[in-house]
Design a binder for this molecule. Structure first.
Ligand code: PBG
Length: 330
């Protein structure tokens, strides 16, 4: 090899010299079809409320949600992930309202599928927005009980499927819920409804703005008995493999930016698509810094999104979906 294979003959900068050669040498690409847009739904009509800790992000009433969906569709974003804000008087320990066939979630799914049949509609399945305790499962004697919660979550998933959801997305982290949901969906005649499992969901400080958006902060304690310890990665692989075996069609890692190594490890361990959730706190950090003029928000956003792809994510749920899609469309 000439000169030991190094400088001055070897110059890695040659593939960075122009916009086109940089495009040609790019190892990873972000596509609009990688994006999932989360949507927050609230009761009422003709309303839109900005979430204070998520500048530029809103909760919508059903009618306004349809307009938002229209915009998402026109940007060619393929999927939405729905969350509901439930008024306090409809909350209880068993999340009864979550099963209401005419509840906000069920109505939102029906209308979206009527008006935008080609949009992939995914629904959050967990009790927290419906729970008087703000926990993802049923509370008994100060503990979040597993098996009864799983049974209830299975019924909740079924109710979303009945409304027409394409995918249910359980974010509760109870043990065994994917298997129970799969069985429930099959037996009730919904073999085509998919499951996107939040498989490795961590007990994270980055969910703060989301809990403001839905008024869903836990009323006591924290979520550490069901969400994962941020110190662990092998456990994430175990969770993802279990969910795949139980019938998950897509597995998810959440949050995103502090967990890119987890995305990589999960990607190598499963054969279903891997999604990552670029959560509310990650959005808020970039927005806040950009608003202060401390960093270029657009550049930081695109760098975060390509970072997810580099780590191995196939899909990215992100509050930046519309902004990124606009840039990608050029
Ligand atoms: C609740 C749920 C949470 C998020 C999605 N589903 C919050 C939590 O577990 O407390 C967080 C999303 C975000 O922060 O963007 N089941």
């Amino acid at each position: 090899m000439i000169n030991g294979g190094s400088y001055p003959y070897i110059r890695p900068r040659r593939v960075r010299n122009s916009e086109n050669i940089r495009r040609m040498a790019a190892e990873h690409h972000l596509h609009i079809e990688d994006l999932i847009a989360p949507l927050f739904v609230m009761e009422g009509s003709d309303g839109k409320e900005e979430i204070p800790s998520m500048p530029g992000y809103y909760r919508y009433t059903l009618d306004r949600l349809m307009r938002e969906a229209e915009e998402i569709r026109s940007l060619e974003i393929p999927a939405v992930l729905l969350f509901t804000k439930v008024p306090d008087e409809k909350k209880d320990n068993e999340g009864t309202e979550a099963l209401n066939p005419d509840g906000l979630m069920q109505q939102a799914v029906r209308r979206l599928k009527e008006e935008h049949p080609e949009l992939v509609v995914m629904t959050d399945v967990a009790l927290d927005p419906y729970s008087s305790y703000g926990h993802d499962g049923i509370v008994r004697d100060g503990k979040i009980v597993n098996d009864d919660s799983v049974e209830l979550l299975g019924r909740m998933a079924l109710s979303h499927a009945e409304a027409g959801a394409d995918f249910v997305a359980p974010s509760d982290m109870m043990d065994g819920r994917i298997g129970v949901m799969r069985k429930e969906l099959e037996e009730a005649g919904y073999p085509e409804t998919g499951i996107m499992a939040y498989s490795a969901k961590y007990a994270s400080g980055y969910y703060g703005p989301f809990r403001d958006a839905l008024d869903s902060a836990p009323g006591f304690g924290d979520k550490k008995t069901y969400q994962m310890n941020p110190a662990n990665v092998r456990e994430a692989v175990r969770e993802a493999k279990l969910d795949e075996e139980e019938g998950a069609d897509i597995v998810m890692v959440k949050p995103g930016l502090p967990y890119l190594d987890v995305v990589r490890a999960v990607k190598e361990a499963v054969s279903v698509p891997v999604s990552v959730y670029n959560v509310s706190g990650e959005y808020a950090m970039i927005k806040a810094a950009a608003a202060n003029g401390w960093l270029d928000g657009e550049q930081a956003m695109m760098e975060a999104l390509i970072g997810f792809k580099r780590a191995g994510a196939d899909l990215i749920a992100t509050y930046f979906a519309k902004e990124a899609a606009r840039l990608l469309k050029g």
